[in-house]
Design a protein around this ligand. Structure first.
Ligand code: CUA
Length: 312
């Protein structure tokens, strides 16, 4: 992660960023200038025109036409500059170049799915080529989400009933944060992704490498991606820092439960423990796991296959 942001703006890593940033700083410095101008004039006039004696009465004052025109004309010109500049930048941001590389994006509670033209799919993390326009066509499987890459200065709502789109051209090989910026339910704050910018050749290799993984291998990948690894070891270790039971040797065993009963750790038990973790709590462990109800059937299958592969 690059950390080259300023107090006001995050690091800039797309061709759109300079236009957004210079407009921001233009408005910022104008505001600073006007703020200090108004406050110091006010202070000066408070002193200059203070009431010195009880008999003190202000003289009659004639409105100056020049003064009136000045404070009408200058702010009007400033507003028109900001409008014109902003409109040009807006058109630039919302008009993708026709040759842009296209990626499909789907938001769902609470993950981002990316699909490439050749069918390759990724979850939460996606790769793009550097120095090449990329267009994202986005939709949602459930509620409103919003796709935001601060470093690229692009942000757009992701809706369930229509397509929206953003485009960007990354200027630096690095990885950058992706956020959901529309409150979309319990784990909204966890709907975080990553965009990895790669050199063109490296990207081409990556996108054409199909993940011909077995279900168990895909399960192992999910085990890391979904952070199961934080609570469940895969090498037989139990106890701190692992809160939950290990996955090694779990499958097929008789599992004592907190209520004193016993259950066989088969496919159905593991599936239930993923989707409704508190239904059958393993003896000696806290009921600390959140439900993973958003996983699709294939992902649950893959996790079961992975746990099965650790059976011996
Ligand atoms: Cu999706 Cu917030």
């Amino acid at each position: 992660m690059g950390e080259n942001g300023t107090v006001w703006l995050p690091e800039a890593a797309s061709t759109l960023a300079p236009a957004v940033d210079s407009l921001f700083y233009f408005v910022y410095w104008i505001s600073v200038f006007i703020f200090f101008g108004v406050v110091s004039a006010m202070g000066y006039f408070i002193l200059l025109y203070r009431r010195r004696t009880p008999q003190d009465k202000p003289k009659r004052f004639h409105v100056s036409q020049v003064m009136e025109m000045t404070w009408v004309v200058i702010p009007t010109i400033l507003c028109l500059i900001v409008f014109t500049w902003g409109f040009q930048t807006y058109v630039k941001i919302y008009t993708a170049p026709p040759d842009a590389y296209k990626i499909q994006v789907r938001g769902q509670q609470w993950a981002w799915e990316f699909e490439y033209p050749n069918g390759k799919k990724t979850i939460n993390e996606f790769n793009v080529p550097v120095d090449r326009p990329v267009q994202l066509t986005m939709s949602s499987s459930d509620v409103l989400h919003s796709f935001f890459v601060p470093a690229f200065r692009v942000k757009m709502d992701v809706l369930p009933n229509r397509y929206t789109s953003v485009w960007f051209e990354a200027t630096r090989v690095d990885s950058f944060d992706v956020f959901c910026t529309e409150f979309c339910g319990t784990a909204h704050s966890g709907m975080i992704g990553k965009v990895v910018v790669q050199p063109e050749a490296e990207f081409t290799t990556w996108v054409n490498t199909s993940d011909d993984m077995s279900p168990a291998e895909r399960g192992q990948q999910l085990y890391t991606q979904l952070n199961c690894v934080v609570c469940h070891s895969n090498d037989g270790t139990e106890g701190p820092p692992f809160v939950g039971p290990t996955f090694q040797g779990l499958f097929g065993r008789q599992r004592p439960l907190a209520d004193g009963s016993t259950v066989e750790a088969d496919e159905n038990y593991i599936r239930e423990s993923i989707l409704q973790p508190t239904a059958k709590v393993a003896q000696g462990f806290p009921p600390a796991m959140p439900p993973f109800g958003t996983l699709d059937a294939a992902q649950v299958d893959a996790l079961i296959a992975y746990i099965q592969s650790l059976a011996q």
